[in-house]
Design a protein around this ligand. Sequence first.
Ligand SMILES: Nc1nc(=O)c2c([nH]1)NC[C@@H]1CN(c3ccc(C(=O)N[C@@H](CCC(=O)O)C(=O)O)cc3)C=[N+]21
Length: 286
Amino acid sequence: MAHLIDGKQLSDQVLQEVASEVELLKGEHDIVPTLAVVLVGEDPASQVYVRNKVKRATEAGMGSIEHRLDAETSQATLSELIDHLNSDPKVHGILVQLPLPSHFNEDMVIASIHPAKDVDGFHPLNVGALASGQPSLVPCTPQGCMIMLHQVHPDLSGKNVVVVGRSNIVGKPMAALLLQANCTVTIAHSRTKNIESLCRNADIVVAAVGRAEFINADWIKPGATVIDVGINAIDLDGKRKLVGDVDFESVARVAGAITPVPGGVGPMTIACLLLNTTRAARRQLA
Ligand SMILES: Nc1nc(=O)c2c([nH]1)NC[C@@H]1CN(c3ccc(C(=O)N[C@@H](CCC(=O)O)C(=O)O)cc3)C=[N+]21
């Protein structure tokens, strides 16, 4: 059986560090690092994530502000809210929950967030900084994956890594971070040829495709490390169950180390979001 990389436990460690930094910022600078979360529409899964983010922020001693807008909200109204949060000195981080309802231009919304408050790391300025090796605010999920990988591989140098998925929020920034850590990185996607044998040669596979249990044991080199970014709700005997992009049961038998779903990348994403918020707050001191 593969070693289980416990995201819940590791995220608790990160959150303890976050809580200490919050105490410092309060004691030495009299500021309460504060995250504003904007949720448009009623998507039930999004509501769960937002609730978790706010809960963890509170536990770490941080401030949090929730803005819920209904699904019919106009782009102009959302822009006004973001402008307001951009100029509010008590707000250090802004997260607009994605995806937005289809009438929004997501790229425009992301670009309207002040880069210094962009705790998702999605603003073009932060994307460019990461791509050119001057990372500032780094996307939370890839950042969490790197912390998990470092648990198993203190030195990632020279590892062959396949990232399955090329999204702006996971695949691309993940590849940039791995490259910075001196890995040899391949990004695989729906048009990739021989994707299975490609993965089978990898020391590390990062699965971020958004398809339930897509990757099975045949894709994995014995002893490889598998990071499962997927969070898919499936129906099992009439009950809602969360599964990853990896067929955990079969892959855990061949992998050397694997992250579970739930309790893997998800909690690390939230911990890194709050870490980014303290970093943003500290930079805004200057
Ligand atoms: N601007 C933006 N930034 C995001 O970071 C962002 C987003 N939009 N939209 C949605 C996705 C999804 N996401 C998750 C974070 C934590 C868990 C998490 O902690 N999941 C728990 C299980 C939670 C449950 O039971 O449903 C776990 O994996 O153990 C899941 C999903 C952040 N996202």
